[in-house]
Ligand binder design. Structure first.
Ligand code: MF3
Ligand code: CO
Length: 251
């Protein structure tokens, strides 16, 4: 069932979203050549906890980290590791969920470590712009399919591939609520968007194929051909007017 949040719940979602966004910003500031993804995760968790929140991904389905840090061909759900040291030219997708006073914010950015190749730069720009094209469609009266259609056309127009096996989601008290928010779809299809709905829109994009592979750790999802992948995400509120991005560092 798709929930419509009350004004009181929305106030809490705004706070949770802001914390998630600040934590993601903190991840970005610390994502430098030489740091391990384990240390990055430790710093982000410390930041969230010191602001009164916690990391609901820890232990979710047995996930061992506090959040996910996926490097280069890793698309999503990579486990923080002391052995994984970021280096110049890498890209790292930091997918950060924060829970505060019972509500959650979920956001992701793929950060560049120093200067990255032209190819990586283009992939990141296409993925981020697909996120904003999707958000533009998150208005009352539209349907979920309008968001996915906008994302997929932007991504395929740039010559890349939307991953279909993993999708965005409603979010609130739970990390994953209805509706499902695929990064593909047909205009005018799917559940109708209503003010008060809160959804995580999150294009996951591969360089050379829509296919992915699950690594032996049973978590890390990688580009099937070992090429690059990118991921950008915001938690968004449907309003009577323009969509409100909840995962911003200030409101
Ligand atoms: N942040 C992810 C999402 O958007 C969830 C991570 S999976 C977990 O759905 F196991 F780490 F929680
Ligand atoms: Co999400």
């Amino acid at each position: 069932m798709i929930q419509v949040k009350s004004a009181a719940e929305i106030a809490k979602m705004i706070k949770a979203g802001e914390l998630a966004a600040r934590a993601l910003e903190h991840a970005g500031k610390n994502a430098r050549a030489g740091i391990s993804t384990w240390e990055l995760d430790r710093l982000v968790n410390e930041f969230i906890v010191s602001h009164g929140g916690h990391c609901p991904c820890k232990g979710y389905g047995g996930f061992p980290g506090h959040n996910c840090y996926s490097v280069n061909e890793e698309l999503i759900h990579a486990i923080p590791s002391k052995k994984k040291i970021l280096k110049e030219g890498d890209i790292v997708s930091c997918d950060i969920v924060a829970e505060l006073n019972g509500y959650m914010g979920d956001n992701t950015k793929t950060f560049r470590i120093g200067k990255v190749s032209e190819d990586k730069e283009r992939l990141l720009q296409a993925t981020e712009s697909a996120l904003y094209k999707g958000i533009e469609q998150a208005v009352k009266g539209n349907r979920i399919g309008d968001i996915g259609y906008a994302i997929d056309s932007t991504v395929s127009g740039a010559g890349y591939f939307v991953v279909k096996q993993y999708i965005g989601h409603g979010i609130g008290k739970e990390m994953h609520e209805d509706p499902e928010v695929p990064n593909f779809g047909k205009k005018g299809r799917g559940p109708r968007l209503v003010p008060g709905m809160t959804i995580a829109i999150e294009p996951m994009v591969n360089e050379s194929t829509e296919n992915v592979r699950l690594l032996r750790d049973n978590w890390t999802v990688v580009e099937a051909n070992g090429k690059m992948s990118a991921h950008f995400e915001h938690t968004v509120l449907i309003t009577d007017d323009k969509p409100l991005i909840l995962t911003l560092t200030s409101h």
